[in-house]
Design a protein around this ligand. Structure first.
Ligand code: F6R
Length: 245
């Protein structure tokens, strides 16, 4: 695990964006695994800036997103497809038909999950996976559980995740209770993983992810076993890991 320490959110966003930038330049037809949530917004802003400057070309890139709420469609402002469109896809020259997000409107969970695994397989796997970190250690929507998930699965969101995500909805009751998420197994198969973590509220879980035992009760702890993972975190998030990075 490489820890990359940044002074603040802006610096961490630039550093992580640089890593994605390098990936796209080195392999123009790469497959990017993408995340939503607050953490990667700065990374996407930076990538858009560099694209507009003419430094980046996404025309051959494909993307697969980590997750989507079940029961929510692409036009819904709370959907992760909508998030990706407004924060990144609309502003760059990626081919929309090469961007994938689990189908939240597919009511049959088995079908939705199998279809998504097939898509990831057809793309040939993920070159670089961008991740955020949940307060309970989740990655994608893989919540703490007795075992690590393998492929795409339908999860019941943990109460702490519903609480954390209610800020994006009018009321807590509106937060969907289930989501489709790429499995831990698929995430671990990515060739490179970049995790962005910001803020003091993530310090305790980040310490567990870096220094704690590998356990499905802290899903992100499995990243300790990946051969090419970089955690890009700011001082606040690394406040309990003072010697790292
Ligand atoms: C989002 C995702 C989640 C978030 C995590 C952190 O696609 O997969 O695992 O990365 O919940 O969210 P933020 O960045 O909002 O703190």
């Amino acid at each position: 695990m490489v820890i990359c320490r940044a002074k603040n959110y802006n610096e961490l966003s630039r550093k992580a964006a640089n890593m994605i930038c390098a990936q796209v330049i080195m392999k123009p037809d790469c497959v990017l695994g993408l995340a939503t949530g607050s953490s990667p917004i700065g990374v996407y802003k930076q990538l858009v800036k560099w694209y507009k400057k003419g430094d980046l070309d996404f025309s051959q890139v494909s993307s697969v997103n980590l997750d989507e709420y079940k029961g929510i469609g692409p036009q819904d402002k709370q959907s992760y497809r909508y998030f990706m469109e407004t924060n990144l896809f609309q502003h760059i020259n990626i081919d929309k038909s090469h961007t994938f997000v689990p189908d939240g409107l597919e009511p049959n969970s088995t079908e939705a999950c199998e279809k998504y695994d097939e898509i990831i397989g057809t793309l040939g796997g993920i070159d670089l996976q961008l991740l955020g970190l949940g307060h309970n250690g989740h990655i994608g929507f893989n919540e703490p559980a007795p075992v690590f998930s393998c492929g795409t699965n339908c999860v019941d969101l943990a109460p702490s995740t519903i609480e954390a995500n209610k800020r994006f909805f009018a009321a807590e009751a509106d937060v969907p209770r289930q989501a489709y998420t790429m499995g831990i197994g698929s995430i671990m198969k990515a060739k490179k993983i970049v995790v962005v973590v910001s803020g003091e509220d993530k310090a305790s879980i980040l310490d567990k992810v870096i220094n704690g035992p590998v356990t499905p009760e802290v899903p992100a702890s499995i990243l300790q076993l990946h051969r090419d993972v970089v955690i890009v975190a700011d001082e606040d998030a690394l406040s309990l890991v003072p010697d790292a990075g």
